[in-house]
Design a protein around this ligand. Structure first.
Ligand code: ADP
Length: 460
């Protein structure tokens, strides 16, 4: 029998958390992506009536910056005290491995404490809509809300439809810590709830993380319905590349690549998608890389030995599987692992692309694309990376100092990693965010981020 999930018998409920009277829709089951037999709970989505109630009752947080900071620190304390339940939900609702769940909780706590310590004295924008994705259903969800609250805004939050339970728990803890019910309200729902919350004149600004397409829809809806200059803070997709030249240390590069491409089952905006390897080392390098892939454990998120868990749902799985099938049919599949037979798994996969710049679509899963380049093609690779229009993360593996300078200056990306894995940010010192199609800036967890949640000073 498969190891049982933590809190195996527990059923959680998620529903709107509003300052006024709630009229949610019929509860729907929430699915565990690793186990078709497990529904960790149910969610009652927000109704159109709930959206109206939330908008009508939203009120900026009337407290000093120091008081807001104190309460946000209390929220961080409550997150830490509830770590067991949080890990269990992240495993069962989002398919997070235990190490990924630990890292996610730490990041959420870091955001809370950083924004608490830097709560601005400037006035709030008013009401802020925060829309978050399922891939960091606690960290990104919390980061957006904490920044908006630190600045004193009223927050209307819509979590991703796949991960309402962790959002419900988190907002419950915010209320328990002392954030007023009118200052943070939760509206679980599908895209239509997000659309309603980003096209209303009563909303003063929007923080969004998700796909580039949705960000564009939100921009259009805001321009039509909201005050001119209402801020949109968007973090979106990436087509993240890494260049490995023939001077790179292969053991170091291979380990960094496996982590960057396959941790979190490749479901990070920052994950490595396209690897460029210099042709004179390619054969031995690929052999080493596929060997390292073979050592990955693909399995149940709550087993401590698991490196790579499931993807979020069947829609994600089948979309990625189609992409892999096309590559297989074209003879470009280089390596593929086995997966468990139940649950929405995608095997870590390595695919050859037809040539430099041949990859144009983000595949949000554990799929790495590889192209080789010759010594006189380095600038062509750089141009291809920039031509995607995205600019989130970029990695470089080389031992040539001049090359570090040349390449890192030439590639447009918000976060650049040299001779290390292409993962993560450090709240406070290495904020995270992209350029071009990858986001609007400023970077989350950095000093400029909070100012976007505050009203610009009135013109003299
Ligand atoms: P992903 O590919 O990560 O699911 P999406 O952009 O589809 O990216 O979703 C990110 C978030 O945006 C989710 O909470 C989703 O419900 C929400 N969303 C989807 N469509 C819209 C829309 N038209 N307006 C506002 N929010 C939306």
């Amino acid at each position: 029998e498969a190891a049982r999930a933590p809190f195996a018998k527990h059923k959680w409920q998620a529903a709107p958390l509003l300052a006024g009277k709630v009229k949610p829709q019929e509860p729907q089951p929430v699915q565990n992506p690793a186990d078709p037999a497990d529904q960790p709970g149910s969610v009652a989505m927000a109704s159109p009536h709930d959206v109206e109630t939330a908008l009508a009752n939203a009120a900026p947080w009337d407290a000093s910056p120091a008081e807001r900071g104190e309460v946000l620190n209390k929220v961080a304390d409550l997150y830490e005290e509830n770590f067991g339940e949080i890990f269990a939900i992240l495993c069962r609702e989002a398919g997070k491995s235990i190490p990924d769940a630990v890292a996610e909780l730490r990041e959420a706590v870091d955001f809370l404490r950083y924004y608490a310590a830097n709560a601005p004295a400037a006035g709030p924008v008013g009401t802020f809509t925060c829309i978050s994705p399922w891939n960091f259903p606690l960290a990104i969800f919390t980061g957006q809300i904490a920044a908006a609250l630190a600045a004193g805004n009223a927050v209307l939050s819509k979590p991703a439809e796949q991960t309402p339970i962790i959002a419900h728990l988190a907002v419950g803890l915010m209320h328990k810590a002392g954030v007023p019910a009118t200052a943070v309200q939760l509206l679980p729902g599908m895209g239509d709830v997000g659309a309603a919350l980003t096209s209303d004149a009563r909303v003063g600004g929007v923080a969004f993380t998700g796909s580039t397409e949705t960000a564009m829809k939100i921009r259009t809806a805001m321009a039509k319905n909201m005050a001119p200059g209402a801020p949109l803070i968007a973090e979106t997709g990436g087509m993240n590349a890494m260049i490995v030249d023939s001077t790179a240390l292969p053991e170091q590069a291979v380990q960094a690549i496996v982590e960057s491409a396959f941790q979190s089952a490749g479901q990070r905006c920052s994950a490595l998608r396209c690897l460029y390897v210099q042709d004179d080392i390619a054969d031995s390098f690929i052999e080493m890389l596929t060997g390292a892939m073979d050592a990955l454990n693909v399995g149940l998120p709550w087993n401590l030995s698991t490196d790579c868990g499931p993807v979020i749902d069947e829609e994600a799985r089948s979309g990625i599987a189609d992409h892999i099938q096309t590559a297989r049919a074209e003879g470009r599949l280089m390596h593929e692992l086995m997966t468990p037979n139940a649950g929405t798994y995608v095997a870590p996969t390595l695919i050859r692309v037809n040539g430099i710049g041949d990859m144009t679509r983000e595949i949000f899963g554990p799929v790495l694309h590889l192209a080789t380049f010759s010594s006189d093609e380095l600038d062509q690779v750089i141009n291809a990376i920039n031509a995607t229009g995205y600019g989130l993360t970029f990695g470089l593996m080389t031992r040539i100092d001049d090359r570090v300078q040349h390449v890192t200056e030439a590639v447009h990306a918000g976060n650049i990693y040299v001779n290390r894995n292409q993962i993560g940010a450090i709240v406070g010192s290495q904020p995270f965010g992209g350029e071009g199609l990858s986001g609007t800036g400023p970077k989350a967890g950095g000093p400029h981020y909070l100012t976007r949640f505050s009203a610009a000073p009135a013109p003299q």
